[in-house]
Design a protein around this ligand. Sequence first.
Ligand SMILES: [Zn+2]
Length: 114
Amino acid sequence: MITDIAVERVEFRCPDSHWQSMVDYDVVLYLDADGDTWEFFSVDGVPTPSPYTIDGARFCPVCHRAVPGKPVARRFIPVPPGDDRTPRQAVSDPENHRAERHDLPLLSGAPEEP
Ligand SMILES: [Zn+2]
């Protein structure tokens, strides 16, 4: 069961001030069948390790140090159906509903490379 959905803007900054970068991560918190809580990160729809750990750190292009991220902003997304089940819109034909959404360009959370 999903308990929390958000976009988190994460800053990576080399401690020697060589480099910095911002990336928007999609973050989902969920409870598994055993009642354990898990955090699931992705960038541009691709699952990724937590940016706050060494496994998900980015590398400074100058000194090649692994730099874990720090959260600098967060946008909460309510988990449906919400307390009073509104606002919501019934979808009678899920496959063709707003079909143009499948062809929209990626709203990237990753920085543009120079
Ligand atoms: Zn560096």
